[in-house]
Design a binder for this molecule. Structure first.
Ligand code: TYD
Length: 204
């Protein structure tokens, strides 16, 4: 039986990936593909509760605890939602996944990156995206798009987001086959066109 595809969308807050993932989902559906649009943290069920803690809890959260909560959400998401869909031949589009943990908790918060890579592979059972697109924007654009209403993660400050952005670019350098970067300070249609080009290579 034909296996599905697993595509992840990554980037700093306000990079526009959520708009782009919806456009790609519409395009694929209109062209007859079965898709599943999902996200991390917090797809459905237990994940929604973890998302609420991660984004809204206003007490102290240690960086290690934060890492384990994102990883716990990921383990549940992969086992209960992503893997079963891929096995049915569905194209899974996931808004954030393993690279967010490396960029935010690793590069951003300073948690040991090699340990996070190990924990990511434990959480996913070694499932790897077929394609990852990083939507790259400068930090000023990111801050403007996020605006004044910030959740717990978005309140981390400009130096943090510089490290996170650099983290995503570093990941792309290390894994150029899997991870493609798109400049996201462009018109929505132009970015969508670049996304389609990259995804079409994977569909052939
Ligand atoms: P969300 O509202 O989904 O933001 P966005 O629309 O930008 O994706 O919030 C997710 C937040 O969680 C975002 O700030 C990135 C952060 N995050 C991590 O720090 N580590 C992770 O492993 C994941 C999946 C997300």
């Amino acid at each position: 039986m034909k296996k599905g595809l697993f595509i992840t969308f990554e980037g700093v807050d306000g990079c526009g990936k959520t708009t782009q993932i919806k456009l790609l989902d519409n395009y694929l559906r209109q062209n007859g593909y079965k898709t599943l649009l999902t996200r991390e943290p917090g797809a459905i069920g237990l994940g929604e509760k973890l998302r609420d803690i991660l984004l809204n809890y206003d007490g102290e959260v240690s960086s290690k605890c934060e890492s384990f909560l994102f990883l716990a959400d990921r383990a549940q998401h992969v086992d209960c939602i992503i893997k079963p869909a891929i096995e049915k031949g569905v194209i899974v589009l996931c808004d954030r996944h393993t690279d967010s943990t490396i960029a935010y908790q690793g590069y951003g918060r300073g948690v040991d990156i090699e340990s996070l890579k190990y924990l990511n592979s434990l959480a996913t059972g070694d499932l790897k995206p077929d394609l990852t697109i990083v939507f790259d924007v400068d930090i000023e654009t990111s801050a403007q798009r996020v605006g004044k209403q910030k959740d717990r993660m978005e309140s981390a400050g400009i130096e943090f987001f510089k490290r996170v952005r650099n983290g995503f670019l570093e990941i792309a350098k290390q894994e150029p086959e899997r991870v493609k970067v798109i400049n996201s300070v462009q018109a929505i249609e132009s970015i969508h066109y670049e996304v389609l080009e990259k995804v079409k290579n994977g569909l052939e």
